[in-house]
Design a protein around this ligand. Structure first.
Ligand code: FAD
Length: 404
């Protein structure tokens, strides 16, 4: 292979490029990104970037690598500020604007796009948070005295609520499901997340949806499905993300809530691989297809996809125990594994006390673990899950930790 084209210039795209050079690939690399910016890190956007209170200090964009490093050290041709519009797998070209970029190997790393609420287009004061430009706008809107409504108590919505509370703003979070993070951690631990919001003075309203966002040109009020209304100066919508696959329609690459890949991250279309938030691949460790929106797997998948693309004869499956973290107020929530459990058991600390460890069981296997402020132990459970540890042994391990 002589020409590698990586589409999507964020975490996965950058890691794909770095892995190619590390593996000794000396051919041409083109990195195509629709944002103007160099690849940057997203997790700080809803954390440190929003938290910083000094209005005179504009926080730095969390860029991973300088332009000269990418150009000179990695010998990458950057094509930023232009989206790929077509993947022509027959003639092996990616269309970027009106230019054709030929490839031998292509890595799709176009990530995901924030979902919006219908009927809010053009209404000022309504934001989503996915890009650095979004974060700049949200940060500017979190001004003194602003009343904030956050729609969706997932990671991003809850982190925005935390940042707004740290600034002393009145915050209402509207969540249509029974608890925050219910899809990610299940209902019992969702309750623990509920109490993090409540003790920090956030008005969390679960089981109710947004019926209407009212305002003349600018948001004024959010009307909920139970008939209540909340006055708002800004609304941040955190209702999930959709994989950015529209540009692949008609390419022959199979799409189903993401780019469908096998365990080696190959799309099955010759020379085309995918990684990161856009990829739905078969994770052998849990024997199921997954599409994760987590930092760690996005970075790892990109490296794995490129290694497999460069040497398909010895392609290795990518398997992982999903891992994410999220910072709420002064607490760190971490989760490893999958939450579809028959039983969730708190094995250390207590939910109301702001520090706990909970384990997730499916059959007789440990499949997940959640900690709130349990940084030192979470990766140990990740290892146990990787080893397909028996539930009984996991409980014994928890007991020994508690005793220590
Ligand atoms: P993305 O980062 O989505 O990047 C995809 C890039 O491709 C984008 O720049 C996009 O503009 C570009 N693109 C899209 N379509 C095209 C096209 N047609 N042509 C060219 N370019 C295109 N994860 C955690 O584990 N922990 C956290 O605490 C955490 N916090 C987060 C906070 C925020 C605010 C956000 C937004 C995400 C957070 N995440 C977190 C998730 C993590 O950032 C993502 O998993 C990671 O960014 C995925 O990287 P990616 O490269 O696959 O996709």
């Amino acid at each position: 292979a002589e020409r590698l084209v990586v589409v999507g210039a964020s975490l996965a795209g950058l890691r794909a490029v770095e892995a190619a050079r590390k593996a000794g690939f000396t051919g041409a690399i083109t990195l195509v990104g629709s944002e103007q910016h160099l690849p940057y890190d997203r997790p700080p956007l809803s954390k440190a970037y929003l938290d910083s209170l000094d209005p005179g200090v504009r926080p730095e964009a969390p860029v991973f690598r300088t332009e000269s490093y990418l150009r000179d050290e990695l010998a990458v041709e950057l094509r930023l500020g232009a989206a790929a519009t077509v993947l022509d797998t027959g003639s092996r070209v990616v269309w970027v604007g009106d230019r054709e970029v030929p490839y031998d190997l292509a890595v799709v790393a176009t990530g995901a796009i924030a979902r919006t609420l219908p009927g809010t287009a053009g209404l000022k004061g309504v934001y989503t948070l996915r890009t650095i430009d979004d974060a700049v706008a949200v940060r500017a809107a979190l001004e003194d005295g602003a009343r904030a409504v956050v729609v969706g108590a997932g990671f991003i919505g809850s982190e925005v609520a935390s940042a707004a509370r740290k600034r002393g703003l009145d915050v209402t979070v509207v969540e249509s499901l029974p608890t925050p993070l219910v899809r990610a951690v299940g209902e019992l631990m969702g309750e623990a997340c509920t109490s993090l919001h409540r003790v920090n003075g956030t008005d969390l309203r679960c089981g109710v949806a947004v019926a209407e966002i009212r305002g003349e040109g600018k948001v004024e009020q959010v009307v909920l499905s139970d008939g209540s209304a909340v006055d708002a100066d800004l609304v941040v919508v955190g209702v999930g993300a959709t994989p950015a696959t529209e540009w692949l329609d008609g390419s022959g690459v199979s799409l189903d809530n993401g780019v469908v890949c096998d365990a080696t991250l190959s799309t099955g279309v010759s020379g085309v691989y995918a990684a990161g938030d856009v990829a739905r691949w078969h994770n052998p460790l849990f024997d199921r297809a997954m599409r994760l929106e987590h930092w760690t797997s996005a970075a790892e998948q990109a490296a794995a996809a490129v290694r497999n693309a460069l040497d398909p004869a010895s392609a290795k499956p990518y398997q992982t125990v999903p891992y994410f973290w999220s910072d709420w107020y002064d607490s760190r929530i971490q989760f490893v594994g999958v939450p579809q459990a028959e039983e969730v058991r708190v094995v250390d600390g207590d939910v109301a006390g702001g520090r706990c460890v909970a384990l997730y069981r499916d059959g007789d296997r440990l499949i997940g673990a959640l900690t709130i402020n349990g940084q030192s132990v979470i990766m140990k459970y990740r290892t146990l899950i990787t080893k397909r540890t028996h539930w009984r042994d996991a409980l014994e391990f928890a007991e020994s930790r508690r005793a220590a």
